[in-house]
Design a protein around this ligand. Structure first.
Ligand SMILES: O=C(O)C(=O)C[C@]1(C(=O)O)C=C[C@@H](O)C=C1
Length: 98
C-alpha cells in the first residue's frame, strides 16, 4: 500500500467516527425537539419562534467564526435542521387537535 493510501485510510477512519457522532447528536437533538413540539402543541404555542432562531443564528455564526468554520455554512445547516423541526412541530399540532 502506498503512503497516500494509508493516509487516506487513516483520515477516512476519523471521518467515519465524526459522521457517526453527528448522526447520534442529530438524533438527540430531534428527541429533544420532539418534546418541544409536544409541549407547544399541548399549550397552543406557535410552531416557530423567529426571535429564538435569530438569536441562535447570531450565536452559531460567532461560534463558527471562532472554530474557523464558514458562518454561512453554519447558518445554512441550522436553517435546514430547523425547517425539519418546524415541519414535525406542525404535524404534532395537527395530531393534538384531532
Ligand atoms: O426553541 C424552540 O422554540 C423550538 O421549537 C426549537 C427550534 C430549534 O430547532 O432550534 C425550532 C423552531 C423554532 O423556530 C426555534 C427553535
Amino acid at each position: 500500500m502506498t503512503d497516500a493510501t494509508t493516509e487516506l485510510q487513516r483520515l477516512r477512519a476519523s471521518i467515519d467516527n465524526i459522521d457517526a457522532a453527528l448522526v447520534f447528536m442529530l438524533a438527540e437533538r430531534f428527541r429533544c425537539t420532539k418534546q418541544v413540539g409536544e409541549l407547544k402543541a399541548a399549550h397552543g404555542m406557535p410552531a416557530s419562534d423567529p426571535g429564538r432562531e435569530e438569536r441562535q443564528i447570531a450565536r452559531l455564526r460567532r461560534l463558527a467564526e471562532e472554530a474557523d468554520l464558514d458562518p454561512e455554512f453554519a447558518q445554512k445547516w441550522f436553517g435546514f435542521v430547523v425547517a425539519e423541526v418546524i415541519r414535525h412541530h406542525r404535524i404534532a399540532a395537527e395530531d393534538a387537535s384531532d
